[in-house]
Design a protein around this ligand. Structure first.
Ligand code: HEC
Length: 150
């Protein structure tokens, strides 16, 4: 009995950490990093490039605060990060997924936000704790849009 408990407990703790139970928050998808990518779509979802463009252009993703992108109706684009024009021919969907979900696995000092993480973040405002910036579907939408930038 004791042996069985010892095996079970860590699994339960790991699950609890991966799926925060805060009411009303978006759950974090379980993903696997392979090399410098997350090859599989989060939760097996299909992305929609039109929704993705709206997220990149809008306040939720706020990507234009740091990146230039071919979104002419938004006047101010930052240059803290590399331009996103042409990213679809430079990066695979899996590479983009890792950069959006967990960019600090590649560069621990990056200012690029971890858009689909709730653990290991610094100074998150109380109302946002336990909720990722972008839900799994929104991550897949953003990837679908970025892949059109060729
Ligand atoms: C606070 C600034 C900031 C915001 C906001 C931001 N990024 Fe970034 N991003 C960066 C920086 C800086 C890098 C360079 C990589 C590094 O620092 O390691 C980067 C890297 C990237 C890369 C890899 C580019 C390449 O050529 O390798 C992609 C793709 C990307 N960001 C997409 C996005 C998208 C999409 C959003 C919005 C959902 C976003 N970023 C929001 C700062 C930001």
């Amino acid at each position: 009995m004791r042996m069985i408990l010892a095996v079970w407990l860590p699994a339960a703790v790991a699950l609890a950490a991966a799926v925060p139970s805060t009411a009303g928050s978006d759950p974090i998808a379980i993903y696997q990093i392979v090399g410098d990518a997350i090859p599989a779509p989060l939760d097996d979802l299909d992305g929609d490039p039109v929704r993705g463009r709206a997220i990149v252009a809008g306040r939720k993703g706020n990507c234009l605060a740091c990146h230039e992108a071919p979104i002419p109706e938004e006047p101010f684009h930052g240059n803290l990060g590399p331009p996103l024009d042409g990213i679809g021919s430079r990066a695979s969907s899996g590479a983009l997924r890792l950069r959006l979900v967990a960019p600090r696995t590649l560069n621990p000092d990056t200012v690029m936000p971890a858009f689909h993480q709730v653990e290991g973040l610094r100074r998150v405002l109380a109302p946002h704790r336990g909720s990722p910036i972008l839900a799994a579907q929104e991550i897949e939408d953003v990837i679908a849009y970025l892949l059109t930038l060729r």
